[in-house]
Design a protein around this ligand. Structure first.
Ligand SMILES: Nc1ncnc2c1ncn2[C@@H]1O[C@H](COP(=O)(O)OP(=O)(O)OP(=O)(O)O)[C@@H](O)[C@H]1O
Ligand SMILES: [Mg+2]
Length: 392
């Protein structure tokens, strides 16, 4: 199956002679140098794919090129160079009419300040996208009502926009996008104008909706915490370039450069990381060996810390099928919080711990063997007899 969206070496230049500017960029000219000539390189050499059902977040500071990139994804802007494909089809190969159809049926956009028609009811506003498509009134109102209910606005159908709070108006915008059945939602700072509490509620709502709707979503934000909460993957943009694409964990634990690292420095790791992100994968494989409590891959970091504190050995991380996918030791947790490369740090710690521990284990193992109870919990065994990680 092809990706829902694919951007390949996409450039967008405003002003001057765009093609020539792209050549200069390819040869290594930088944005500032071009700006001096009155040319803006808004997007530089962007390549990525977005898979069906994925929430792909584009994050970056103001002016980094996020909105320009987004507008190229639905053909509102034409790339100066490179290609954007939707379901395998190059947007540049479509006629203007085909592009309009694509934008009205398959792609929906939700903006930061969603404009509602003041003289239409909430229901009519939510049904607007379907009206544009020419869907008959009864059907479009039914679908719009369903979308409003999904967005928590049941009972508000007959209200007027000025009777709603900012958060509710934004929900109408979301409902309008959902009502059209579009496969792809493009959301440009859609929650940025909302109060923090409402914003969080909207994020939760989007994640909740996504569990059943499985839309493909490109979500733009300049807020790292929002990016981390929503994104299956996050693209970090800086000065027109994508400097890293990865999961929230990748970006936190394995930043591609100093810029990304500095961006993430203030993030509360305990709110973002899960057991899967911090575990030692080299100790995965096989069935869970412990009778002691285990962690699930999606266990939040704070719960994991509590569990590790109660457990005298590395905690096993066990998936839904009962397979061990990794282990988490206390040393590993400390390394992650301290922003140390967890794999290096843990290899060191284990090497030290190893010497003492092996003597102990042997003693224990002997006793166990004598009892005929040789079924030592895997994680305990692993932690004390020296993990594979040490050899590496
Ligand atoms: N139509 C245009 N003509 C000229 N320059 C433009 C145009 N649109 C955007 N730019 C410039 O391109 C650069 C990227 O702008 P863009 O709006 O994509 O950034 P952004 O990351 O969305 O910023 P923000 O977070 O402030 O919305 C900026 O320098 C902007 O001034
Ligand atoms: Mg923008």
């Amino acid at each position: 199956m092809s990706s829902r969206l694919q951007a390949e070496k996409v450039y967008k230049v405003f002003g001057g002679r765009p093609e020539q500017t792209v050549e200069r960029l390819r040869k290594g000219a930088d944005r500032e140098e071009l700006r001096a000539d009155g040319v803006t390189a808004a997007v530089i050499d962007a390549s990525f794919t977005v898979e069906p059902g994925e929430i792909f977040v584009v994050m970056g500071l103001s002016g980094s090129g996020k909105s320009t990139l987004l507008r190229m994804l639905n053909g509102l802007l034409e790339p100066t160079a490179g290609t954007v494909s939707f379901d395998g089809q190059d947007l540049a190969s479509l006629t203007a009419a085909e592009l309009r159809t694509l934008r009205s049926r398959r792609i929906s956009m939700v903006f930061q300040h969603f404009a509602l028609f003041p003289h239409r009811t909430v229901l009519q506003n939510a049904a607007y996208g379907l009206e544009v498509q020419g869907v008959p009134r009864a059907e479009r109102e039914e679908r719009a009502a369903e979308a409003l209910a999904l967005c928590g606005l049941e009972g508000w159908e007959k209200s007027w926009p000025d009777e709603l709070s900012g958060g509710m108006r934004q929900r109408v915008g979301l409902a309008r996008a959902l009502a059209t059945d579009a496969d792809l939602l493009l959301m440009d700072e859609s929650f940025s104008a909302l109060d923090p509490l409402i914003r969080r509620e909207m994020q939760d709502q989007l994640l909740e909706l996504q569990k059943t709707l499985h839309k493909t979503i490109v979500f733009i934000t300049h807020d790292l915490n929002e990016a981390m909460r929503l994104g299956d993957r996050i693209a970090v943009m800086r000065d027109g370039e994508i400097v890293q694409i990865g999961t929230a964990e990748d970006i936190l634990v394995r930043p591609s450069d100093e810029y990304v690292a500095s961006f993430t420095r203030d993030v509360d790791r305990s709110k973002v990381l899960t057991a899967a992100a911090v575990m030692d994968r080299s100790t995965g494989g096989g069935e869970a060996g412990c009778d002691c409590p285990t962690a699930t891959p999606d266990m939040p970091f704070d719960e994991l810390c509590a569990l590790c504190a109660r457990t005298p050995h590395a905690v096993e991380v066990v998936d839904a099928e009962g397979a061990r996918v990794g282990t988490v030791s206390q040393e590993r947790l400390v390394a992650v919080i301290g922003d140390v490369d967890a794999d290096d740090a843990v290899a060191d710690t284990d090497a030290v711990a190893d010497t003492d521990a092996v003597a102990d284990t042997d003693a224990v193992a002997d006793t166990d063997a004598a009892d005929g109870a040789a079924k030592a919990p895997a994680a305990c065994e692993r932690h004390t007899t020296g993990p594979e990680g040490v050899a590496a």
